[in-house]
Design a protein around this ligand. Structure first.
Ligand code: 4AZ
Length: 262
């Protein structure tokens, strides 16, 4: 997260750290993406986070992914369902959503509701452009160099590549941006389809980044929180006229529901 601040424990109780290790490995898991708890046994994430041949687990409830915290819940992933029309094109990720079914660890539950672990609602209401919403994650920050042990920056592994991210969950406020503004020639020039939308600000500085993918963009109304977007892609991070692009969860409500019931 660019331009963010440290999250308080329990501020984003649906926030998931999606972690992988090679199949058959007994080594440590490493954080690759965010995710969003929508049911006790179901996590929404980005399709581009799913790599075949990796063992996956989710960690819920924590703010520090480097430490075992008392309220952590660590749950293996049973299976991943990638959207049938997920597509990578040179300029965009289309239908970039996936669902993770968690292992039933505590029949009939997977994740157990606590002060630090809760589900978020699917957006059965409309949020207009200009609404202020919140993004969160452990991804890359605006200060990749000069980290010290006293800063929240630490080395984390994203895929095979060593990247700078943060061990502390960060969050930031972003504004929902209209498709018209975001598809303008000096912004994304028509690359966006309606499986996606932009959020952030055109000035730059506040944005999601690598390692935040799959995580939540949440908007609030009358005290209820709705997951409106899934962190997906963007041209760099925090750049002027290049806001973050999010999978449009409203577009996928029927797809999500069809898997929740089956
Ligand atoms: C990524 O590489 C990524 N600024 C995620 C979010 C954004 C850019 C890149 C949005 O996963």
């Amino acid at each position: 997260i660019f331009g963010g601040k440290k999250s308080l424990p329990g501020a984003h109780p649906w926030q998931v750290s999606l972690q992988t290790r090679p199949k058959g490995s007994s080594g440590p898991f490493s954080h690759i993406c965010g995710g969003i708890l929508i049911e006790s046994c179901w996590v929404l994430t980005a399709a581009h986070c799913i790599k075949n041949g990796a063992e996956m687990q989710v960690v819920l409830g924590g703010v520090d992914i480097e430490k075992d915290e008392v309220y952590d819940q660590v749950i293996p992933v049973e299976k991943a369902i990638v959207h049938e029309e997920y597509k990578e094109s040179p300029f965009a990720l289309h239908n970039d959503v996936a669902m993770l079914q968690l292992k039933v660890t505590d029949k009939p539950y997977c994740a157990k509701e606590t002060r630090f672990v809760k589900t978020v609602c699917l957006p059965n209401v409309l949020f207009t452009n200009g609404t202020e919403c919140v993004i969160s994650g452990w991804g890359v920050t605006e200060t990749p160099h000069g980290y010290s042990s006293s800063s929240p920056l630490a080395r984390i592994y994203i895929g095979k590549q060593e990247k700078y991210g943060t061990n502390q969950l960060l969050d930031a406020r972003v504004l929902l941006i209209s498709q018209e503004k975001c598809n303008a020639p000096h912004v994304y020039g028509g690359s966006l389809d309606d499986s996606m939308f932009c959020a952030g600000n055109m000035r730059g500085g506040v944005d999601s980044c690598q390692g935040d993918s799959g995580g939540p963009l949440v908007c609030e109304r009358n005290g209820t929180h709705y997951v409106v977007g899934v962190v997906s892609w963007g041209d760099g991070c925090g750049k002027k006229y290049k806001p973050g692009v999010y999978a449009n969860v409203r577009r996928f409500i029927d797809w999500i529901a069809s898997h929740l019931i089956s």
